[in-house]
Design a protein around this ligand. Structure first.
Ligand code: ATP
Length: 253
């Protein structure tokens, strides 16, 4: 291939409107291959909407998304082969147990059943889900659902992982486990982008960060570029704009 290697994920002019609400209003982003990318933003910033459009789960009103040079909407099969996704909320076939869910994912992707079986066992073991045995995913705790979602995203060994709030509702031990797995994945050449509200997680893990607020990217770059000698939290609060209680409110409380 000539020219520079394509970004692992490139977003151009993504727009999404829900009725009168403009959730995302022109998001451009380049996630370099091999980066660990944090997408920070307050509640309602448009993180889930942007990531859903980026991976082919939600059709944009305008704009486009490419995964390693493949247009997600024009060439979905090529793009999705390279992509592992952990969506927000529970979009899992949850009337299956963990092993069945992974088998189902693997077979949907056309993987060799023996490979699926071996990888599923390893993933359940590493993510400490093997003990859940025949428990249905619907009966998993919130943290266990995050972990089985991550296992589904990793099963086919994708080049790019897109994770919506992977650390939410996860206990510290499981969070450390997920961090280790993602760190190893990036060290071995993978690329991760994940959304979060948690500065420390992003500051600790990520090489790059984008701050999204009100449906647009407000800051973007390497962690050091965005921090510019300050804490990420200070930059975030400045960008997003804080609201402080004056003491007048909630006087009845
Ligand atoms: N299906 C929908 N219908 C109507 N409005 C929606 C829909 N999905 C999202 N929105 C609105 O779009 C905006 C962005 O939502 P989004 O879920 O992308 O934010 P977010 O940054 O992921 O927030 P959070 O951190 O709280 O998960 C919000 O105002 C939300 O109410």
């Amino acid at each position: 291939m000539n020219g520079p290697a394509p970004a692992a994920l490139a977003l151009r002019g993504l727009v999404k409107r829900f009725d009168t609400k403009i959730a995302v209003s022109g998001v451009d982003l380049d996630v370099p291959a091999g980066s660990f990318y944090g997408l920070l933003g307050p509640n309602g910033a448009g993180k889930t909407t942007s990531l859903s459009m980026a991976v082919g789960l939600l059709r944009p009103d305008a704009g486009s998304a490419w995964v390693l040079g493949h247009d997600v909407w024009a060439s979905p099969v090529q793009a999705k082969q390279l992509l592992g996704v952990m969506p927000d909320g529970v979009r899992l076939f949850d009337r299956l147990n963990g092993a069945e869910l992974l088998a189902y994912h693997g077979l949907l992707r056309g993987m060799d059943p023996a490979v699926v079986d071996q990888r599923a066992r390893e993933l359940l073991d590493v993510l400490a889900l093997a003990d859940a045995g025949r428990t249905l995913v619907v009966d998993y705790s919130a943290g266990m659902k995050k972990k089985i979602g991550l296992a589904c995203a990793l099963l086919h060994s994708p080049r790019l992982l897109v994770l919506d709030e992977p650390f939410e509702a996860v206990d510290p031990v499981s969070a450390a486990l997920i961090r280790d797995i993602l760190h190893r994945y990036v060290t071995n050449g993978g690329t991760v982008i994940f959304s979060s509200h948690v500065m420390e997680v992003v500051e600790r893990l990520c090489s790059h960060v984008a701050i999204l607020a009100g449906g647009t990217i407000k800051r973007v770059g390497t962690i050091d570029e965005v921090r510019a000698g300050r804490s990420l939290e200070d930059v975030f609060v400045e960008v997003v704009g804080g609201r402080t209680a004056t003491g007048e409110e909630l006087a009845w409380l």
